[in-house]
Design a protein around this ligand. Structure first.
Ligand SMILES: Nc1ncnc2c1ncn2[C@@H]1O[C@H](COP(=O)(O)OP(=O)(O)O)[C@@H](O)[C@H]1O
Ligand SMILES: [Mg+2]
Length: 354
């Protein structure tokens, strides 16, 4: 692999449009200049030429000018339900290779209910749920309190606070109304899973034929050739546990990030780690992820720590030192530079460019 011209595509917080009535966390998913500089630096250190391009409406023309060999894409997008899929769609149209998951996966994973339907189809454990579009609509019989209420298509704890745990209909509809107001999208209600919060990062790609057997053939040896699992990370809220309802809220992720306790590798027995890895690989496979992802879990303390899949993040944060994936990589002895360059190398291999 010689020197490549890599375009680093991201949406910077500082470039984000300002909208009327925007809630405080509206652009929480977007990246800081610090992250962009860090990624650019470690790609450059490997000998690549790096050009940063903002992933907005100027991108199409800029790409045609710059003509990169490959794009390192971490765009979360600004507008619409397909916002994470828009940049990959442009790249497909221009036939420019790029890192990470493609259009369908990024549109799917942004939509938590749709992702849960795919998981449920494959018998993968995800909390029972219902999607609410109207205040006061009847609840399904399996929606027993306490329930957990969250936006259908947000991330980074957006819309999630201690008030997300609701104990009766009055609390439920208050919270649902508030989310309708803030995000103008259907609300996802799930059975509340009381227990530990874990996340598992994966880097690489499933190599056929093993890839085709996940998760259909559970009896097959649990090897996932091509995928590397990072050690599970547990997030403990420490002094803030009570206030935050023991959930990983927006406040915990953003305001308290440097005050939380990150345990990596999480203290889990080997069998449970194997189970989490298997579920993470299966989620990666059925949602069609490529190169990198992070799967979020909750363990049900009322049911022998049974793991439930909450969501998959095919664009996991890459802030040096603070992002979950980066912390997990470090615990596995993988430096930030190695993590970022591995993601690039995985993509290069898929495109036959290595
Ligand atoms: N069904 C649930 N039961 C209990 N806690 C939940 C549930 N769903 C989400 N949470 C809590 O909220 C956090 C964020 O939820 P998640 O679905 O991962 O959204 P985000 O995209 O904001 O990370 C989780 O890490 C967990 O602490
Ligand atoms: Mg999450």
């Amino acid at each position: 692999m010689g020197t490549l011209h890599v375009a680093l595509l991201a949406n910077l917080k500082k470039d984000a449009p300002i909208l009327p009535d925007m809630v405080e966390d509206y652009w929480a998913d977007l990246d800081s200049e610090h992250t962009i500089d860090a990624i650019a630096e470690v790609l450059w250190e490997r000998g690549h030429r790096v050009t940063f391009l903002e992933g907005d409406a100027t991108l199409f023309d800029r790409l045609r000018e710059v003509q990169p060999d490959i794009c390192f894409n971490i765009c979360e997008g600004h507008f619409g339900d397909s916002r994470e899929a828009q940049v990959p769609a442009i790249l497909e149209m221009l036939r420019i290779p790029y890192t990470g998951s493609k259009v369908l996966t990024l549109a799917l994973s942004l939509d938590k209910p749709m992702t849960k339907r795919v998981l449920a189809f494959h018998d993968l454990p995800t909390p029972p749920f219902q999607v609410l579009e109207l205040v006061g609509e009847p609840l399904n019989p399996d929606m027993t309190f306490p329930l957990f209420v969250k936006p259908s298509r947000q991330g980074t704890g957006m819309g999630i606070s201690a008030r997300s745990i609701v104990r009766d209909e009055a609390e439920l509809w208050t919270q649902v109304k508030s989310l309708f107001g803030a995000y103008q999208e259907p609300v996802l209600v799930e059975r509340f899973i009381s227990g530990r919060d874990l996340t598992v990062g994966l880097v690489g790609n499933l190599v056929p034929p093993v890839a085709w057997r996940v998760p259909e053939n559970e009896e097959a040896p649990r090897v996932h050739r091509g995928l590397r699992f990072l050690p599970p990370l547990e997030i403990e809220l420490g002094d803030y546990a009570q206030e935050e309802g023991r959930v990983y809220t927006y406040r915990a992720k953003v305001d308290l990030a440097d005050k939380l306790i990150y345990i990596c590798p999480a203290r889990l027995d080997a069998e449970l780690v194997e189970e989490l890895n298997w579920l993470a690989a299966a989620t990666f496979r059925v949602t069609g992820c490529l190169d990198v992802a992070r799967v979020d879990f909750r363990l049900d303390e009322d049911d022998g720590d049974k793991p439930y899949i909450l969501e998959i993040n095919p664009l996991p944060g890459l802030s040096p030192d603070i992002s979950d994936l980066v912390i997990e990589a470090k615990a596995a002895g993988i430096s930030y530079a190695a993590l970022v360059n591995t993601i690039l190398e995985e993509a290069l291999e898929r495109y036959g460019m290595n």
